[in-house]
Design a protein around this ligand. Structure first.
Ligand code: NAD
Length: 487
């Protein structure tokens, strides 16, 4: 039985600076993964008509926003960043009750969103162009960069507020308007942002938030008035988005997809640092993190002691109520994810030659929460599901290597190419091995951490396009060449 939303929980779509119910009667039910209580059964589920409304609102605002002085765009973005930070406790609580990450993580999501808005506000009046003056030929050629008009974003649930920063901030700084669809699994924090958009003073239609599932995502991907779409989610859904984009108006499409990143730990690594990164760092957000280094490659000479130390660190992780400050790890997002991850663990534990160092299959906790015990598998086959496929849960697979070449070969033997980490005290080795890894990001002596000032994105089936840094804003601009004959 669904219960009405509490008065503090916004469940309606935010379109043209107004909150409104979706036109279709279907609702999204948000279940708290800590205890399976129903948070609300009343979240609007956008259908194609609602997507049309949101795109029309963004379209109506697009001309005016593109002509708004960049310094004014920046001023509004900075104001929104401040408001997000001031309201970060409330936003974090809304995210936590829907997707189960501890408050310290969801609050970081809100403050990180604010930082992305601040960073891209700085770009608004620094967008480059190129000039080629050739008096001998009597020509001047210019290359300018212009916004697309309406852009859209579709996001996964594991960092909704952060993804607003990754997508909306560069797009609107560049002069586009935006329709952002949050995941049906974590809609509450994003919908609450609407009132802050109004308070910050944005004109209606510049930023629109809709909640909905695959149907709304497909309607965005195939919409004829959207010039660019940025998708964060699974490779399977990402492919469909790209096909829909191609089959409609060939809109530009960037895809931030899954990963199966490797961490390589050499004999000369600072072991405490590597152990911290591969335990606390690895288990952040219950490893529901696209760039987590879920395949650990450890030099055979240090494997035994390293894995033993890792085991004790995994076992000291505090799982608990995500609202409690003492909890490091919360539950997984929902029953689907719990059953999927547990199924992989159950089957993996039965594979010949595999050692379960710690963890193993989980049953639900007393609270009824979808907690999965942090698990380490030693020596899974390189053909096994757990070694090859993204698990998106707290499961680490470990294999040993003899030398650099073998480590590189194992690391690159994946259809994914999102990130990779190298732990060593030898900077030459770090750079040599880093140059060989077929991934969008390589981190030395730390986990893979996306940051607003540098591009982040995947190689191979981990995606196309980049978010962050100059590349992140250029992705929301199209070049125009102007040729002038000097008379
Ligand atoms: P998902 O693909 O199931 O859903 C992501 C979003 O796509 C949701 O908003 C969903 O409603 C929408 N969607 C689903 N089907 C669609 C379709 N046919 N057309 C358009 N939209 C559709 O992914 P998820 O379970 O929410 O997220 C987990 C996945 O996201 C993992 O694979 C993870 O690695 C990936 N991810 C990647 C990054 C990155 O930056 N590379 C970041 C976070 C998560």
């Amino acid at each position: 039985m669904s219960k009405p939303a509490s008065p503090n929980i916004e469940t309606r779509l935010f379109i043209g600076n107004k909150y409104k119910e979706a036109k279709q009667s279907e609702k999204i039910t948000v279940i708290n993964p800590f205890d399976q209580s129903i948070v609300t059964g009343a979240v609007s589920c956008a259908g194609p008509d609602d997507v049309d409304d949101a795109v029309e609102a963004a379209f109506a605002a697009a001309k005016g926003w593109a002509k708004t002085r960049p310094s004014e765009r920046a001023r509004l973005m900075l104001r929104l960043a401040d408001l997000v930070e001031e309201n970060s406790e409330e936003l974090a609580a809304l995210e936590t009750m829907a997707m189960g990450a501890p408050l310290w993580i969801t609050k970081h999501g809100a403050t990180s969103m604010a930082e992305w808005f601040r960073y891209y506000a700085g770009w608004a009046n620094k967008l480059p162009g190129e000039t080629f003056l050739d008096p001998a030929e009597g020509t001047c050629k210019l290359s300018t960069y212009e916004p697309f008009g309406v852009c859209a974003g579709i996001a996964a649930w594991n960092g909704s507020l952060m993804f607003v920063g990754w997508k909306v901030a560069p797009a609107i700084a560049a002069g586009n308007t935006f329709v952002f669809k949050c995941s049906e699994k974590s809609p509450l924090g994003v919908l609450a942002l609407g009132k802050l958009v109004i308070e910050a003073g944005f004109p209606p239609g510049v930023i629109n938030f809709i909640s909905g599932g695959a149907e709304a995502g497909h309607a965005l991907a195939s919409h004829m008035k959207i010039g660019k779409i940025s998708f964060t989610g699974s490779s399977a859904a990402g492919r469909k988005v790209q096909v829909a984009a191609a089959n409609s108006n060939l809109k530009q499409c960037s895809l931030e997809l899954g990963g199966k990143s490797a961490a390589i730990v050499f004999e000369d690594a600072q072991l405490d640092n590597a152990l911290d990164a591969m335990s606390m760092g690895f288990l952040v957000n219950s490893t529901q993190v696209c760039a987590a280094t879920t395949r650990l490659l450890i030099h055979e000479n240090i494997a035994e002691t390293f894995v033993e130390s890792l085991r004790s660190r995994f076992e000291s992780i505090v799982l608990g109520d995500p609202k409690a400050p003492t909890s490091f790890m919360g539950p997984l997002v929902d029953k689907i994810q719990f059953d999927r991850v547990n199924g992989i663990i159950e089957n993996g534990a039965k594979e010949p030659g595999v050692q379960v160092v710690t963890g193993g299959p989980s049953s639900k906790t007393k609270s009824g929460g979808f907690f999965v015990t942090p698990t380490i598998f030693l020596n899974p086959s390189t053909e096994s599901t757990m070694w090859r496929d993204e698990i998106f849960g707290p499961v680490l697979c470990v294999r040993t290597f003899k030398d650099e070449d073998e480590a590189i070969e194992l690391a690159n033997d994946s259809k994914y190419g999102l990130g990779g980490s190298i732990y060593t005290s030898d900077i030459s080795r770090a750079l040599r091995v880093g140059a060989e890894l077929k991934t969008g990001t390589v981190s030395i002596n730390q986990g893979v951490i996306p940051d607003y000032c540098i591009p982040f994105g995947g190689w191979k089936e981990s995606g196309t396009g980049r978010e962050g840094g100059k590349a992140g804003i250029m992705a929301y601009l199209q070049s125009k060449t102007i040729s002038v004959k000097l008379l």
